[in-house]
Design a protein around this ligand. Structure first.
Ligand code: GUN
Length: 288
């Protein structure tokens, strides 16, 4: 039997429609237009596409978006000045610096310079700390998108064993912390990574397997348990310029109960969650 396809494109569209309705109501009441600053450094083609799609979707909803394109040779101090300018701009509620950064710029310094109340990416150490402590905060967009997909497809996480492949600060660590909390997952969580021995012995135990490695066809059907749920976070470009995930989708879908496709799974959810976080930054000041 073939798996249920978890349709991130459809769910993200629904979420954006829900936000639009809420926004129209709140705009009349409070006269606020949510604003986001998107800082794009250099000419990385993937980053350019991501930033343009983020701005496009914000604009379609009637949010204000400002794309700040800067040369990849920009100095760290000039970049910090740009961030400070947006920190004190009252019409900007969210600030996103697209990663990766050029090598001469210290990523930690840049992330820490963003006002944590405008950190819609949820990368600032204050938001990371709050997430670990189970406090209200900005949650990184991809993990939040995965959580929302599990909720909307009514996939039980409580008491389940969730295995995450990858320990990145953007996906692996935050999704582990989110699903671990009693009130947002209540799962038993295992993170496996490049230092893990005998990876299959862990993946085969998973009720829910989250793949965030960045390697095409990394997860094969021999590595998963029958009827498990597979969430594929990978975005890999093939030699013939197709976008594929980390999972051997065609073979794995034959034995699991549900799976996200690539494209059309987690990707669109990431952008929808950025819109959600920007909306919260503008309207839920009491969050902090
Ligand atoms: N690069 C890859 N994913 C992301 C993301 O979610 N946010 C930012 N700022 N950069 C990224």
């Amino acid at each position: 039997m073939s798996a249920k396809i978890i349709d991130g494109k459809l769910i993200s569209k629904k979420i954006l429609e829900e936000i639009k309705i809420e926004f129209e109501i709140l705009k009349k009441k409070k006269n606020i237009i949510p604003g986001i600053a998107l800082i794009l450094i250099g000419n990385n083609p993937a980053s350019q596409i991501y930033v343009s799609s983020k701005a496009k979707i914000c604009n379609e909803l009637g949010f204000h978006s400002a794309i700040e394109r800067v040369d990849e040779k920009i100095s760290e101090s000039d970049l910090l000045n740009i961030i400070n300018k947006f920190n004190s701009n009252k019409s900007i509620h969210g600030i996103l610096v697209q990663l990766p950064l050029p090598k001469h710029i210290d990523e930690n310094k840049i992330i820490e310079a963003i006002d944590y109340k405008k950190d819609v990416d949820g990368f600032h150490p204050i938001n990371v700390g709050k997430l670990v402590l189970g406090q209200k905060c900005f949650i990184p967009c991809t993990p939040l998108g995965i959580y929302e997909l599990l909720l909307r497809y009514q996939i039980e996480t409580s008491g389940k064993h969730i295995v995450i492949i990858g320990r990145s600060n953007i996906v692996g660590k935050p999704i582990a912390n989110l699903l671990l909390q009693k009130n947002s997952g209540n799962a038993t969580v295992t993170i496996i990574h490049t230092g893990t021995k005998n990876i299959s012995s862990f993946t085969k135990e998973a009720n829910i397997l989250i793949a965030a490695i960045g390697k095409q066809n990394f997860v094969t059907k021999e590595m998963v348990k029958e009827n498990c749920v597979v969430i594929d976070v990978g975005i890999n470009r093939t030699t013939d310029k197709k976008i594929v995930g980390d999972v051997d989708f065609e073979n794995v879908k034959e034995i699991v109960s549900a799976i996200t496709p690539v494209p059309g799974g987690v990707g669109p959810m990431t952008i929808a969650m950025l819109v959600k976080n920007t909306f919260s930054a503008a309207f839920e000041n009491e969050k902090f």
